[in-house]
Design a protein around this ligand. Structure first.
Ligand code: C2E
Ligand code: CA
Ligand code: CA
Length: 709
């Protein structure tokens, strides 16, 4: 056969191999055989360059029968007569260096022709033909033949590589998808038919359900944008939460697919719920907290406005909770708060609408649906507080004061509403506790005043404590007719509000916890004053100072009093500390402990306002009292009231047996004075002998024997 027709025939066969389904080596071998048949050289092969591009590996080989072996494997790439970018005929090539030419000779190569084969734009192989026996000259047809053969090999290789990488990356993908802790299903973007599912999606019922549900929902969704976003799915059968995510993917066959992953987020969800719970609930009572209240109320207001309905805020503050809390210990205070919280929650219609705002303050929100039951709800709450609570197997009564503000009538602003309900509550408390009241706009002057007082008081305490001035009221010794002591009574000369009596700000100061600062100031002023008078002609003159229950219950009350006594250098024997009965109803051990501690510092102890409260004579006997001050209310009608007379007589007798002196306060009339003197009272304090005065006036009028420096 003529060389040219052989070439045409072989070329046609080689090109046909493009469509061959066989493996790369297999097909390439067929091509190499045909190239060899045409070239008639000793060796034809395909050489691959290894990954590091250093060494050569013969992957397909053809050798003429009887020819010597050509060792190519392991050859150094650079050493070999290969030129990257074009077909190279070594012995005809002018570019070939002498060194390379010599190297060729060393291998015994007479003729060498190499065609580079590119894969992904890089030379990866060579189709090479060698002759170890003769030097061959090639013409342009030979070169074209080799070029086409090279191109076919390149094409076959390129096709296989692409397919291989797809196949191998699919394998890798499968492996990755299977080892991921989430369930994964790949489905057709057209009809949702499943193309792949990983082990978790296959084996876990809940994951499978979740994904299938989600896929169904995905295809049902109108807006795909929404469908793609991260979804939370609750599988009610297993009680597990999943995060479901969709993303697009081109599948191996080139079709559009969707990947749906379902990741178990139950633990995360639980943590989240716990954090939310902690953020919204009060740890002690489990009720919602202030933050939640401030979130919920605006919603209720909005709802009321939209529905043209009404709602209400009930602000509840326990009366004298501090006494139970500090008296019995915090654990019992906590139990009481829990009982109250549970009690509130159990009342009809308000479950889920109760909030603990802090301390002993609660809020109940009456929404529009329940507004018609407002009166009934208020009644239920009052009734609940009228029955006793059980602490330490003992009945305790703890009443509350409640303020009601109605929305949107009173206000449509959450903060303002709460403040209004608070003001109404405070009004209720001030008018005698254990009651409730509605916020009354017509009294808003009053309430405005309360806020003014609160702000001014905080300011005065912070920077102008000397706005508080101490007045002194004389106490007369009935037997000697001498002033032996006086009571320190505070007044507030406010730059902003004018002159205020204690009745106008002490209860608020106690309520706000500001009494401690004021009380300390009064005690210090009185001690200084006492020391001064003691050193200037009245060495035994005493000053009585009032201590509020709030002050007495503060942490280091004994240390605090001690430091004031020391600081001022007063003789402690000349200071009388007045405590009220309401302190004495606390846990007796604790009361005795505190009073004992104070007494050990030197001052005398007086029981103030005796007869107004609940303290029994039994209590009095236990307390280390030096004085009992009988309240003015007993004195007002003493002339006509035989019961009051008998009461004073009883107290006087009792005081003798326990070594306590009796003071009667509020004496305004002479008849009262004579009667009390007859009944055996020791001291008398009242307008009859003098009103409270500034220290300067007090000296001028009552201490005329004062020696001046
Ligand atoms: P209190 O301790 O019972 O003080 C006696 C109050 O009765 C004083 O009122 C005094 O001015 C008034 N008073 C005395 N004699 C008569 C009288 O013959 N007729 C009438 N109508 N009233 C008389 P004041 O100064 O307004 O004090 C009121 C309350 O304020 C005090 O009652 C006391 O509980 C409290 N308070 C005053 N100063 C202080 C203080 O420094 N600390 C504390 N914690 N409370 C204080
Ligand atoms: Ca007093
Ligand atoms: Ca009193």
């Amino acid at each position: 056969m003529e060389k040219s027709s052989l070439r045409e025939k072989l070329l046609a066969e080689i090109v046909e191999l493009l469509e061959d389904a066989g493996g790369f080596t297999e097909v390439t071998q067929l091509i190499v055989d045909k190239v060899a048949e045409y070239l008639q050289m000793t060796h034809v092969c395909v050489i691959q360059i290894n990954q590091e591009r250093k060494r050569l590996i013969k992957i397909v080989d053809w050798k003429h029968e009887g020819a010597l072996d050509l060792l190519i494997d392991g050859m150094v790439y650079k050493d070999f007569a290969l030129v990257d970018d074009e077909i190279c005929i070594a012995h005809q090539c002018e570019d070939m260096t002498e060194q390379r030419q010599n190297q060729m000779k060393e291998y015994g190569i007479c003729t060498s022709i190499t065609v580079p084969i590119y894969i992904n734009d890089q030379v990866a192989m060579y189709l090479a033909a060698f002759d170890l026996e003769k030097t061959i000259q090639f013409d342009e047809h030979d070169i074209q033949f080799l070029n086409i053969s090279g191109k076919v090999i390149q094409n076959v290789a390129q096709k296989k590589v692409t397919k291989n990488s797809l196949l191998s990356s699919y394998e890798v993908l499968k492996e990755i998808l299977s080892s991921i802790g989430s369930g994964i299903i790949v489905c057709s973007a057209q009809d949702g038919s499943i193309l792949f599912e990983n082990d978790i999606a296959k084996t876990s019922q809940e994951v499978r359900r979740t994904i299938k549900d989600s896929i169904e929902r995905f295809f049902g969704a109108k807006s795909n944008q929404k469908a793609y976003s991260l979804l939370e799915h609750y599988d009610s059968i297993s009680g597990l939460w999943f995060e479901v995510k969709f993303s697009d993917l081109t599948w191996i066959d080139g079709s559009k697919a969707l990947v749906c992953t379902a990741h178990d987020v139950t633990q995360k969800k639980k943590n989240q719920q716990r954090i939310e719970y902690q953020a919204n609930n009060d740890f002690l009572t489990g009720l919602y907290n202030r933050m939640k209240c401030e979130q919920d109320v605006p919603k209720e207001i909005e709802k009321a406005i939209i529905e043209e309905g009404k709602g209400a805020i009930l602000f509840i503050d326990l009366d004298d909770f501090k006494h139970i809390n500090d008296g019995l210990g915090h654990q019992y205070g906590d139990i009481l708060l829990q009982q109250i919280a549970a009690g509130l929650q159990s009342l009809y219609g308000i479950k889920g609408h109760c909030y603990r705002m802090g301390g002993d303050e609660f809020i109940v929100v009456i929404d529009t649906d329940n507004y018609k039951n407002l009166d009934k709800t208020i009644k239920n709450i009052i009734e609940m507080f009228n029955s006793p609570w059980y602490l330490m197997e003992t009945e305790y009564y703890c009443t509350m004061s409640m303020g009601v503000a109605v929305f949107p009538d009173d206000s449509a602003d959450c903060d303002e509403l709460i403040r209004m309900a608070d003001i109404a509550m405070y009004d209720a408390k001030k008018s005698g506790k254990n009651r409730y009241g509605y916020y009354d706009r017509s009294r808003s002057n009053n309430t405005g005043k309360r806020l003014d007082i609160e702000n001014s008081m905080r300011q005065a305490i912070a920077s102008q404590i000397d706005e508080f001035v101490v007045f002194y009221q004389p106490v007369m010794d009935v037997h000697t007719n001498q002033f032996v002591s006086c009571e320190a009574l505070v007044r507030w000369n406010s730059a902003a509000l004018g002159f205020l009596g204690p009745g106008e700000f002490i209860p608020l100061a106690e309520y706000l916890g500001l009494i401690t600062s004021i009380g300390d100031y009064v005690l210090e002023e009185a001690c200084k004053q006492c020391k001064y008078w003691n050193e200037h002609g009245y060495p035994d003159f005493r000053i009585n100072v009032n201590l509020s229950v709030v002050q007495l219950l503060q942490k280091d009350v004994v240390g605090n009093i001690s430091s004031i006594l020391t600081k001022t250098g007063v003789n402690p024997k000349n200071i009388v500390l007045e405590i009220t009965e309401s302190f004495a109803i606390n846990d007796m051990d604790r009361v005795l402990n505190i009073i004992g501690g104070i007494k050990a510092l030197g001052p005398l102890i007086a029981l103030d306002d005796f007869g107004t409260g609940y303290s029994s004579l039994n209590y009095i006997k236990q307390l280390p009292l030096d004085l009992i001050k009988v309240d003015k209310t007993f004195i007002d009608d003493i002339i006509d009231d035989e019961y009051a007379q008998a009461f004073i007589k009883l107290i006087v007798d009792l005081s003798k047996t326990i070594g306590t002196k009796i003071v009667v306060e509020g004496v305004e009339k002479e008849e009262q004075y004579y009667l009390l003197k007859e009944l055996g009272v020791n001291y008398i304090q009242g307008y009859l002998f003098g009103k409270p005065l500034s220290s300067v006036e007090f000296e001028q009028i009552n201490l005329q024997g004062l020696t001046r420096d």
